[in-house]
Design a protein around this ligand. Structure first.
Ligand code: BGC
Length: 256
């Protein structure tokens, strides 16, 4: 039986958050559960806290599909990179590890891909044709490419090299804070970064997410782009919503 709700869990550097999502509306139909990410972000401990988050949520409907998103390249269920998390994730059969600990199938996906899918399914890019590029500007820069509603996974556009630097080390929101840049100076960096993305991909829409999208009015007027740019609809819940929606579309979701 196809579920009308699914569970999304978003693993980040500081917190592991989860919620039950209404797949029609994209609304959370449970409280949002959030537990701190264990210090160091080691796999065993992260999996354990994820289990606790899921336990708190499945009081509702244990048959719901479960999606988990994570800040790394995820290929065939394996974590292939580890920017801003423990290096012990690299090469790990992470999906299997979660499935064993949680005792059920999950859908495992990159965090920015989940956020991009949420915006396409429920939010700022809903119904937009052509190429949408979502970026999340946080500790790092996450990115998702969505073409005519179809997600092309694992675009790591935060790691483009610009002027000899990893782009996220210059243009993520963390760079603004670390270097104490004012909005004008930081937006200059954004213009360079998004200018490259425009040149490489000729997108139809940029969706700009991450916590800083709440400060949209501070920097958006200074963006000099040829492509339309809009703030993400979802800030804190994008990963949860997208992971849940992707899980519900996983062919295994019907196994219950
Ligand atoms: C990682 C991406 C992730 C992004 C946002 C980057 O450093 O390489 O996989 O999506 O941070 O968390």
């Amino acid at each position: 039986m196809t579920s009308t709700t699914a569970i999304g869990i978003d693993i980040g550097g500081t917190g592991i958050k989860g919620g039950v999502v209404d797949l029609e509306t994209g609304e959370l139909v449970s409280d949002r559960v959030k537990l701190p990410t264990p210090k160091g972000g080691e796999p065993d401990e992260v999996v354990e806290v994820t289990r606790e988050v899921l336990d708190q949520l499945t009081g509702g409907n244990p048959a719901d599909p479960v999606g988990v998103c994570f800040p790394a390249i995820i290929k065939g269920g394996r974590t292939m990179s580890a920017a801003n998390v423990s290096k012990n994730w690299i090469g790990l059969e992470a999906e299997q590890k979660f499935e064993k600990a949680l005792g059920r199938d999950i859908h495992f996906v990159n965090d920015a891909d989940a956020a991009g899918y949420a915006e396409t399914t429920f939010g700022a890019a809903k119904g937009v044709g052509g190429l949408v590029i979502l970026t999340t500007l946080g500790t790092g820069i996450g990115s998702a490419l969505i073409y005519n509603g179809v997600l092309v996974p694992n675009a790591e556009l935060g790691h483009l090299e610009i002027d000899g630097h990893d782009a996220e080390s210059r243009a993520a929101y963390s760079a603004k804070e670390r270097e104490d840049l004012d909005w004008k100076h930081w937006t200059k960096r954004l213009n360079k970064y998004y200018g490259w993305l425009e040149f490489l991909f000729s997108p139809d829409l940029f969706v700009i997410g991450g916590g800083v999208s709440k400060n949209w009015d501070e920097f958006a007027p200074m963006l000099e782009l040829n492509t339309k740019a809009v703030p993400a609809t979802y800030r804190n819940n994008a990963g949860i919503l997208g992971a849940a929606a992707l899980a519900s579309n996983d062919p295994r979701a019907d196994r219950g």
